[in-house]
Design a protein around this ligand. Structure first.
Ligand SMILES: NC(=O)c1ccc[n+]([C@@H]2O[C@H](COP(=O)([O-])OP(=O)(O)OC[C@H]3O[C@@H](n4cnc5c(N)ncnc54)[C@H](OP(=O)(O)O)[C@@H]3O)[C@@H](O)[C@H]2O)c1
Length: 312
């Protein structure tokens, strides 16, 4: 099959496209024809070897953890789906080797869920990693409740766009933080208030909107933006970060770091929210498989609006 791949940690520019053999289909696995693959910042980070001491890697590596596609073949005992079923998945495996920037993937069927029917395959491919991250951060770690106030740092990107919509679906009030050019977009997703991190101190701006502070900060940027925001967290409030592991934080802060896990039941929940039109997906750019390196260079800028996808 045709697949983007790399044989050493040389960053996004070292990603080439070539022919690779598919692995044998084993017990509980399915062969999926990939129709589209979402691109995430972590895909670029991995090409630089930043995860090499945390997870086993095996070259050549095919990048990509997100996909939507169709089941082509089932291995022995793989019976949850039929051939021809349209599925999507967050395909992070215990070993970094077989990714989604390819024509096909062989994967345990436990990773898969039926994809939303009311959106395009490109939009579906953009959901799993970022959608699950927002779900696990806001609904599981953050235990967000109706009427609560949540501040989302980095709310026009992949994760933050789902964050705004999931928070609104729970009945929360949302302040979104990103640069001004993205404020109209964030309001279209449901943000009640927007702040530009370039303009002013984020914590001061939040306190003008909610003098009593917010119940939850969902941090998708960390750094100075997070440090400025902390003064706007209520004493009883919680910080959920997908970047900050807490080393530079006041231990009095109720803080939880989330590293997104594959979860097909939560993908079912996300499908329902999309089919109820409570969650929409913005695909801002589409790349071909031959352009995988460019897609990775774009995502590592950390200034994507919505999501970008690769169509093999
Ligand atoms: N732990 C996990 O499981 C997990 C899961 C997913 C992602 N992540 C990480 O979380 C981060 C966000 O992921 P993503 O996919 O949402 O990235 P993304 O699509 O590139 O979005 C980045 C967002 O951050 C905003 N931004 C950039 N600089 C900022 C600053 N200084 N202050 C406030 N906002 C800023 C951007 O808005 P503007 O363009 O307007 O600046 C944009 O809204 C990445 O670093 C990614 O690696 C972690």
């Amino acid at each position: 099959m045709k697949a983007a791949n790399y044989k050493e940690f040389a960053g996004p520019k070292g990603v080439k496209v070539g022919e690779l053999d598919l692995p044998e289909l084993k017990e509980g696995e399915v062969l999926v024809k990939i129709k589209a693959a979402g691109v995430n910042p972590v895909d670029a980070v991995i090409t630089k070897g930043y995860y090499k001491d945390m997870m086993p890697h095996s070259f050549p590596i095919i990048p990509g953890w997100d996909m939507a596609g169709v089941i082509k073949k089932r291995g022995h005992a793989a019976r949850r789906f039929e051939e021809g079923d349209e599925i999507y998945a967050y395909a992070r495996r215990p070993e970094i080797k077989w990714g989604t920037f390819a024509e096909y993937i062989v994967i345990p069927e436990s990773y898969l869920a039926r994809r939303p029917k009311n959106i395009s395959v490109k939009e579906a491919a953009a959901i799993p990693l970022a959608g699950l991250t927002a779900y696990q951060a806001l609904y599981v770690a953050g235990d967000l409740a109706s009427g609560q106030k949540v501040l989302i740092l980095g709310s026009s990107g992949g994760v933050g766009s789902f964050g705004i919509q999931l928070a609104k679906a729970r009945g929360a009030e949302v302040i979104g933080v990103a640069s001004s050019k993205n404020h109209e977009y964030m309001r279209s997703l449901g943000a009640d208030h927007t702040i530009d991190y370039n303009d002013r101190d984020i914590g001061d701006a939040v306190k003008e909107i909610y003098p009593e502070g917010v119940d939850l900060i969902f941090d998708c940027t960390s750094g100075e933006s997070l440090q400025q925001s902390l003064k706007s967290l209520k004493d009883s409030g919680k910080l959920v970060s997908i970047l900050n592991q807490g080393d530079d934080l006041d231990p009095k802060i109720d803080h939880q770091f989330v590293f997104v896990e594959p979860n097909s039941l939560q993908l079912d929940q996300l499908r329902e929210l999309v089919e109820e039109e409570k969650v929409k997906v913005k695909v801002s750019e589409t790349y071909s498989l031959d352009e995988a390196s460019q897609a990775l260079q774009k995502i590592e800028t950390l200034h994507t609006t919505g999501k970008i996808v690769i169509v093999p």
